[in-house]
Ligand binder design. Structure first.
Ligand code: SF4
Length: 323
């Protein structure tokens, strides 16, 4: 499968907290450049940088801001002047997220801990000034509410390999889904899309895989917009469920089944042992997959060749060397 990259047309558009790209937009006129994001992901993604605090006119350097009050509806307050920026930020976020939605984003990377950009566990200061880590930045909240299917992650969590792999898989899957929807597909095309993604879905969530199977079984009876809306929701929800060694090993064993007649006893035993080594955590996922792909090159199976599971994102990212 050919993936878009910096050397092609870079059509994968990722919104990002601008400070993560090295832009000097933080309260202290500094930045939080993240080398992995800029140097590695930058080869594959076209960035759409946003600094909500700069864009509402706060400038640099500026007072720090805090979330204060109820975590479900916090106020965004400047720490020294006590100026309340809540309504300004909410109005800005509403309008800016609408612009981003029109651009057609495929993912978003947010800066952790920020009262504007933080996705999870942002400090909210209650009575007596005691913070609890149970809030979400106001811009992040507007973004995730308006675009619920969009893969969103924080830069800190991207240093965790399974979370990194999951986010990037979802970005490339969402890009494929958006491209598919833009092609004005018919019901039969949704069935084909589902077929191509069966193993990827199984590696994440069997319940979603089964529910999506039931949905496509009645594809011809549903209005196409309803079918696409429901399929898209469940498809992206499925990929958000964490894959595991056990689930991957089951998918690998399923793939191995397609080689039953083609492999001799020695090759079969080697493959079984390799999958078992992976199941037990002795080798990373790339090892059994490389062996399987070697066999499928010699004994091609069309159904297997079209599975997105085998190449969910560019191999250069080397994510399967770490999960
Ligand atoms: S975390 Fe968000 S608001 Fe703060 S500097 Fe970075 S982009 Fe701007």
């Amino acid at each position: 499968m050919r993936h878009p990259s910096a050397t092609t047309e870079m059509p994968i558009r990722i919104g990002i907290s601008a400070c993560l790209l090295g832009e000097k937009v933080r309260f202290d006129a500094g930045h939080k450049r993240d080398a992995f994001i800029v140097e590695t992901l930058g080869q594959f993604f076209h960035w759409i940088p946003v600094c909500p605090e700069m864009e509402i006119g706060l400038g640099t350097p500026r007072e720090t801001l805090r979330l204060i009050g109820d975590a479900a509806a916090p106020r965004l307050i400047a720490t020294q002047s006590q100026r309340d920026h809540t309504e300004t930020m909410q109005q800005f976020a509403h309008d800016r997220v609408a612009q981003l939605a029109a651009l057609g984003l495929h993912g978003y990377i947010l800066k952790k801990d920020s009262p504007s950009c933080g996705m999870l566990r942002v400090r909210v200061y209650g009575k007596g000034g005691i913070p609890q880590r149970n809030g979400q930045g106001l811009f992040a909240d507007a973004l995730m509410t308006r675009l619920p299917l969009l893969p969103v992650e924080e830069e800190g969590r991207l240093h965790d390999m399974p979370l990194r792999e999951n986010f990037i898989e979802r970005v490339f899957a969402y890009y494929r889904w958006c491209t598919f929807v833009a092609s004005t597909p018919a019901a039969k095309d949704v069935v084909r899309f589902h077929t191509q993604n069966k193993l990827a879905l199984l590696a994440h969530s069997r319940p979603h895989y089964q529910a999506l199977g039931r949905l496509v079984a009645q594809a011809g009876d549903l209005p196409i917009d309803e079918l696409l809306g429901e399929y898209g929701r469940q498809f992206m929800a499925a990929l958000k469920v964490k894959a595991s060694r056990k689930k991957h090993a089951n998918v690998l064993a399923h793939l191995q089944g397609y080689l039953k007649k083609q492999l001799d006893a020695a090759d079969k035993a080697e493959l079984v042992a390799c999958i078992e080594d992976y199941r037990q955590g002795l080798v990373p996922l790339v090892v059994p997959l490389t062996l399987l792909q070697h066999h499928f090159r010699r004994h091609p199976v069309p159904w297997v060749e079209e599975q997105t599971y085998l190449t969910p994102y560019p191999a250069e990212l080397m994510l399967r060397n770490h999960v």
